[in-house]
Structures are given as structure tokens and as C-alpha cells.
Design a protein around this ligand. Structure first.
Ligand code: ZN
Length: 511
């Protein structure tokens, strides 16, 4: 069993400012990091994010902005960091691929694989799409256009370096078959498996001639080349948490068998992570590098759409995470992203759905439970939380359900459960609603009127327990709200504040 947890987001490509998709992966990773810190211990979790700063698109974007590539990436990178502060992202490290620590590890990995023969030089001729930085096999072209961006492709012939993907194809298939959690969710795993079974992998071109692209990491064994941006980028997961020693072994606290290594990614970069990356690692193992293992889980999530369309700058339908967080609050934004869409699937983002969730789950269920409970502690017990005395069947039943909650949430947030945020939050809300129902059925105002003090004490005590337990469980999702609840509960004497989530009335969708 792993006793450490290492979670990563992709490093985000800085040719554009952050959008909802970036914030979705990062909030999900943050919730898992926070959850596992509580479960395993603060020092047993490492949460990495960062930025991907090399490649053609960045070279071009910096030209357009009349900046050097370095000036350009320095400027855009800040936008990501600012957003993560705003969204309470508790990352431990932020890696940039232009940093020395990263460049060294990439160059070493390339050297090792060149020496072992898994990287070799050859002449490449093929159809190349410049905007996508991709060579396409003739069979994948659509009427001589790029199958991805639909722009014209060029015939290019040049000397390059290649990674032997084909050599590891059968090993990778076997590995995926034997490791159920390696690629999640299951339908993505099947997608990768059938791709690998039906197609012969061509070796991957991992270099670019400097005359075509200079903004990259130079190959030490071929001064005329820089490395392909994806080879560069994928190594970040290792370069951020370790390095090669003089015997070319990889040394890291976060890449050993005691650590569960989890990569969260968007579905659009599954092939790079589930095919190129494991083969790069297998090739390093084959070259005799010790300390390298395959990640335990690569989880590909779906996309937030706008009216069933992918959000993109060109369509002009991008929703800004900053705008939503400013308008409705960071906590609500975090909650909505993880609650409204099953992790792994696509779904629509709409303000209407946002407000509906806010009013029902946050204002009505959670906010109301906290507010009414604390009001009753003030009204009936002058703000002092009473002790349990005796307890009836119903109290025992609810207490047992509350006690089971942490384990339920833990099970929902495991890799084999597909990091099921929706279910974890349902587990929590089930208890919140149970507590609210308990208020309705108990009618505390009658207990007070009839002077049933013992029953009233037990009733209030149980509600306070319900808030404490559910409040602790929502912390990974809504850290500030959990903090507020904790403060209001105080120790023995409550400090009631304003309602946590006042209903949004004036913005109800019109009929
Ligand atoms: Zn293209």
C-alpha cells in the first residue's frame, strides 16, 4: 500500500491565458491533494503543477507580441499563478520547462536513451502541419489537410532523431491489461487498448532542426537540434521531483513504490500520456536506469462545453474562471465544477445550472442546516453546545451514519472509483439532508414548549455533530467554508455568523 501520494496536473501551455478547462483539472487535483493530506499526513503528499514553455506556438506567439520567447513566457506564466492563488490551489511546486532543473533532466534522459539505442538518427520525410507541430501519416490526412486543425500540410524531409515506440508496443499493451488502474476511466483504457491493438506504432520523432524551431531544449549529442516539445513536457513529472545521479539512476522521494503517482489530464492529451510517456519510462528502465516506474494512474477527464460546443477563443464562447469566481465566489465555483459533472464525462457549463446548484445545495441544504442549528444553540442553550445525555434509537441511527461518512468519502475518492467527486459530495449531502430531515421530524420548538430538555439536548448535540462531521468532509472541496464552519462551532461555545450562502434571488432564470 502506498503511504505517499504524488499528484500532478498537466503543465499548461502558455500560448494562451487560463480558461475553465485549466481550472477544472487544477481544482480536481487540489481537492485530491487536500483530501490525501488529511488521510496520509501533510508531508506525505506532493502536488505539482506548472507551465509548458517551449515549442513552435510559443515562438510564434512571442513574435506576434514583439517579445523574446523568454519574456513572453515570463509574462503569461504569471496569469496561471495568479489564478491559482485566487482559486485557493494548494500546490507544493510549480515547474516551468525553461528552468535549469528541468532542462538538465530532459537532456540527461535524451542522452541515456541515445546511448542505449532507443533514440536513433534517421531521415524523416512526411506531411507536416506547422500550427499543430505534427507529422501526419498520409492515411490520416483529410483531403491533404491536417486532420486536427484542417489547415494545409507541407511535405518536409530532414534529419531527425526518433524514439523506438514500436519496440515497446506489446509490452505496453500487456502492462495496460495487467494494471486496471493505470488508465482511468475504463472507457478511456479501452480506447487506448484498442488503438494499440489495431495500429502499429510508428517511431516518434523527438527532435526538431534548429532552423525550423530554436525555442526548445538543445540535444547535447546534436547541436543542430532541439527536442520535441512533448518529450520535453512529459519529463516535467520527473524533473520537478528528482534528478539523475552520476550513475544515471533517477533519485526521487516521490517516484518510488511507496508513492501513488497520479496524473490528471484532459482527454485531448490522453495519447501522449498513455502511449508516449509510459514508453519513454519503459525505455529508461530498459537502459538500466534505476528508480523509474510507470505512474500508477493516468486519469483523463472530459470537457466543460458551452451549449454543447467546445470552448475556444476562435468561437468566442470561452467562460473565464476569474469572472465566475468573482461573480459567485471561489467556493461555489470549486463546488460546482466538481459536483455538477461526473469526472471523466463532458458536460455543459451554464450560469443557470450554477445558480440552481447554489440555491439548492449550498443555500438551502448546507447553509440552512448550519444557520438553523447555531440559531437553536443560541436560543435554547445560550450558545453553549450541550452534552449528550442518553440517546434514543433515532439518534443512534443518525450518529452511526455520520460515523460511516469519512470511509464513504475515502472510497469514492480512490483511483479505482475514478476519483468520483460527485459521489463523495453525494455521500456528504446525504448526511446534510438527513440532518435537515431530522429537524423537520423532531420539531424542536415543541420539545422546548413541552420542557423536554433531555431530548432537546440530544437533538441539538446530534445536529452540531452533523455539522462538524460534514464540515470536515467538505474541506477538500470548499476549504474556506469548512474553515468558517469550524470557527463558528468554536470549542463548546458557538460563534454564529451570517448565513454561509445567502440565496441568489434576483438572478433566477426567467421563465
Ligand atoms: Zn494542424
Amino acid at each position: 500500500m502506498a503511504n505517499k501520494f504524488y499528484i500532478t496536473t498537466p503543465i499548461y501551455y502558455v500560448n494562451d491565458i487560463p480558461h475553465i478547462g485549466h481550472s477544472y483539472t487544477t481544482i480536481a487535483a487540489d481537492a485530491l491533494a487536500r483530501f490525501n493530506r488529511r488521510l496520509l499526513g501533510e508531508n506525505q503528499v506532493w502536488f505539482l503543477t506548472g507551465t509548458d514553455e517551449h515549442g513552435q506556438k510559443i515562438q510564434r506567439a512571442s513574435d506576434e507580441a514583439k517579445l523574446t520567447p523568454q519574456e513572453f513566457v515570463d509574462k503569461v506564466m504569471v496569469k496561471f499563478k495568479e489564478l491559482w492563488v485566487k482559486l485557493d490551489i494548494s500546490y507544493n511546486d510549480f515547474i516551468r520547462t525553461t528552468e535549469e532543473r528541468h532542462i538538465k533532466v530532459v537532456q540527461k534522459a535524451l542522452e541515456i536513451l541515445y546511448k542505449s539505442g532507443d533514440i536513433y538518427e534517421d531521415t524523416y520525410e512526411g506531411w507536416y502541419c506547422t500550427p499543430c507541430e505534427t507529422f501526419w501519416p498520409e492515411t490520416q490526412l483529410v483531403d491533404h489537410f491536417c486532420p486536427d486543425c484542417h489547415r494545409p500540410v507541407e511535405r518536409i524531409s530532414e534529419k531527425n532523431f526518433f524514439l523506438k515506440l514500436g519496440k515497446y508496443q506489446q509490452d505496453l499493451i500487456k502492462y495496460i491489461e495487467e494494471h486496471k488502474n493505470f488508465i482511468r476511466p475504463d472507457f478511456r483504457r479501452n480506447e487506448v487498448l484498442s488503438f494499440l491493438r489495431l495500429n502499429k506504432l510508428e517511431d516518434l520523432c523527438i527532435s526538431r532542426p534548429k532552423e525550423r524551431l530554436s525555442w526548445g531544449i538543445p540535444l547535447t549529442f546534436s547541436p543542430g537540434h532541439v527536442t520535441y516539445v512533448w518529450f520535453d513536457a512529459l519529463i516535467n513529472y520527473m524533473s520537478a521531483v528528482g534528478s539523475f545521479d552520476e550513475k544515471n539512476n533517477y533519485i526521487s522521494k516521490w517516484w518510488d513504490n511507496e508513492t501513488e503517482v497520479v496524473h490528471l489530464i484532459g482527454k485531448d492529451i490522453l495519447r501522449h500520456h498513455a502511449v508516449y510517456w509510459p514508453i519513454m519510462l519503459m525505455a529508461l528502465q530498459q537502459a538500466g536506469v534505476k528508480g523509474v516506474k510507470l505512474p500508477d494512474t493516468i486519469f483523463a477527464h472530459g470537457w466543460w462545453l458551452n451549449k454543447d460546443e467546445k470552448m475556444s477563443k476562435s468561437r468566442g464562447n470561452v467562460i473565464s474562471p476569474l469572472f465566475m469566481a468573482d461573480k459567485f465566489g471561489v467556493e461555489t465555483y470549486r463546488y460546482f465544477l466538481l459536483r455538477d459533472l461526473p469526472f471523466g464525462l463532458d458536460g455543459n457549463f451554464s450560469e443557470e445550472a450554477f445558480i440552481k446548484r447554489f440555491n439548492s445545495d449550498l443555500a438551502n441544504d448546507l447553509g440552512n442546516l448550519v444557520y438553523r442549528t447555531l440559531t437553536m444553540v443560541e436560543k435554547y442553550f445560550q450558545g453553549v453546545v450541550p452534552e449528550f445525555s442518553s440517546s434514543g434509537e433515532r439518534v443512534k441511527e443518525i450518529a452511526a451514519k455520520l460515523a460511516a461518512l469519512p470511509k464513504e468519502v475515502e472510497n469514492s475518492l480512490k483511483a479505482e472509483s475514478d476519483f468520483n467527486f460527485v459521489r463523495a459530495l453525494e455521500n456528504i449531502w446525504e448526511k446534510i439532508n438527513l440532518a435537515n430531515k431530522y429537524v423537520e421530524e423532531t420539531k424542536p420548538w415543541n420539545l422546548a414548549k413541552e420542557n423536554k430538555t433531555e431530548e432537546l439536548k440530544n437533538f441539538i448535540r446530534l445536529l452540531v455533530e452533523a455539522i462538524r462531521k460534514t464540515g470536515a468532509e467538505i474541506a477538500p472541496f470548499m476549504p474556506r467554508t469548512a474553515g468558517t464552519i469550524n470557527e463558528e462551532l468554536g470549542s463548546g461555545t458557538i460563534k454564529k455568523g451570517k448565513p454561509l450562502f445567502p440565496r441568489i434571488e434576483d438572478q433566477k432564470p426567467k421563465k
